[in-house]
Design a protein around this ligand. Structure first.
Ligand code: ADP
Ligand code: ASP
Ligand code: MG
Length: 418
């Protein structure tokens, strides 16, 4: 069996949904299809959550979300009432009902309960459209089979339990194609969780692992993995094959084409991962696998925006030593802060972290109780894998660099975004 994953860009409009249905039809094999929320619906749902928890009026944003989906339904069916769409309307009412409750005091919990609807709605439409066009498929609520820890907004898969549930549900008995949601799961107490933004790639890899797939394909708006993001890098080169190791490094440093957790479940079972274009499905794309022969490697560029550089020093002119570091990392872990770069000297420890206002301020308050803390916002982290001195000069010569680090294969530059 195969696993296919379609992200938001692939199902952002009527033509997109039709195209995805066509790619599914062409697979001609037992298939599990993982689909994300349509277009930018996850961002819209995040705005909805923000209004909900602040007890502001949610009607306007909710209506925008509704109209977006209805417009796709109109374009596909030419009518809004079809028995195949019952699932869609049921889930939309459930979302409306959630907003009638009062917010809990746990933002992450409320976030998952609401933002998960993006995927529930999109998969309802895709599955209904396949059925409408005569393609037998079964819609599955991923929350019934992918169980996670209670870490809302960052659910960790409970592998043994999920394996049992997935294998009970996905049997390929009467049906060759299952349609399910990326990004979402639930706790053992049936509370909805999400796996972190862009987590649908990870869902696809999880199904691939649990069902021993022959391969997993993530269908993207690019023909594969390039040596840099084509949105900012002129004339990037496509990489036809790469090792899991290389793919993990790229995703870790911020190449948004793959979620960083995608590789491990596949690498562990030697299941190849394909990154292919939903615009030109016949192109070979990039193949990520275990046995990549040694080859000449291109420099690869990865840019991570919205970084904060935080420098921490003891209040009393003492050294930064192991017990301070343990204490500092406990604070990072507690606030779920992701550290992308670290550097220390005798009396100070500096880190580049992803800036998330909701987590940053409480973390800083705690750090300041014990340390002298300074910070710099709006920094950017440029990582160059397989760098050469010429390439480094070309791409960083003009930057105001705050921190620089080089290992044998990787150079990192944190610079201020002017
Ligand atoms: P999805 O639809 O699955 O959510 P994304 O939009 O998250 O897909 O990922 C595809 C995007 O990733 C591309 O449009 C591209 O701009 C960006 N990207 C970043 N780094 C790379 C890279 N090295 N190669 C290809 N695409 C990249
Ligand atoms: N819809 C979610 C997001 O936009 C998950 C995903 O697309 O992978 O983050
Ligand atoms: Mg995405």
């Amino acid at each position: 069996m195969l696993v296919y994953k379609f992200g938001g860009a692939s199902v952002k409009d009527v033509a997109g949904v039709k195209n995805v249905a066509e790619i599914i039809r062409m697979a001609n094999q037992p298939l599990v299809v993982v689909v994300s929320a349509m277009g930018k619906m996850t961002n819209a749902l995040e705005v909805l959550v923000e209004k909900f928890v602040n007890r502001e009026d949610t009607a306007h944003v909710l209506d925008e979300i509704k109209q977006y989906h209805l417009q796709i339904i109109d374009g596909l069916w030419g009518t809004r009432s079809s028995p195949f769409l019952d699932n869609f309307y049921t889930y939309f009412s459930k979302l409306e009902n959630k907003l009638k409750h009062t917010p809990s005091l746990n933002y992450d919990y409320d976030y998952d309960r609401i933002v998960s609807y993006g995927e529930l709605l999109s998969t309802s439409i895709v599955s209904a459209w396949l059925t409408q066009t005569g393609f037998n498929n079964q819609w599955i609520d991923a929350r019934e089979i992918l169980r996670t820890s209670n870490d809302f907004r960052e659910g960790r898969i409970l592998w043994e339990l999920s394996e049992k549930l997935v294998k009970e549900k996905i049997t390929f008995g009467n049906c060759n194609t299952y349609i399910t949601q990326g990004f979402i799961g639930s706790t053992v107490n049936n509370q909805t969780t999400t796996l972190g933004r862009e987590g649908s790639d990870y869902t696809a890899a999880t199904f691939g692992h649990l069902l021993d797939a022959e391969s997993v394909t993530v269908w993207k708006d690019v023909p594969g993995v390039y040596n840099a993001d084509p949105r900012w890098f002129p004339n990037p080169e496509l990489i036809p094959e790469m090792s899991f190791r290389e793919a993990i490094e790229l995703a870790f440093y911020g190449a948004t084409v793959l979620h960083p957790k995608t590789m491990k479940p596949l690498q562990n079972k030697r299941i190849p991962l394909f990154i292919k274009s939903f615009v030109e499905p016949s192109l070979p794309g990039t193949r990520v696998h275990n046995e990549v022969p040694m080859q000449k490697v291109l420099p690869i560029f990865i840019r991570k925006q919205n970084q904060a550089l935080v420098s921490i020093a003891p209040l009393d002119f003492s050294f930064i030593v192991e017990n301070n570091l343990r204490d500092i990392f406990d604070i990072f872990t507690e606030h779920r802060v992701k550290v992308n770069l670290m550097q220390n000297s005798a009396m100070s420890f500096s880190v580049a972290i992803n800036y998330d206002q909701r987590r940053f301020e409480p973390m800083m308050d705690l750090l300041k109780q014990k340390y002298k803390v300074t910070y710099n916002l709006d920094a950017e982290l440029l990582t160059i894998r397989h760098y050469t001195p010429e390439v480094v000069q070309q791409y960083t010569g003009h930057c105001h660099i705050l921190v620089e680090q080089r290992s044998r294969n990787t150079a990192n530059f944190l610079y201020k975004n002017e």
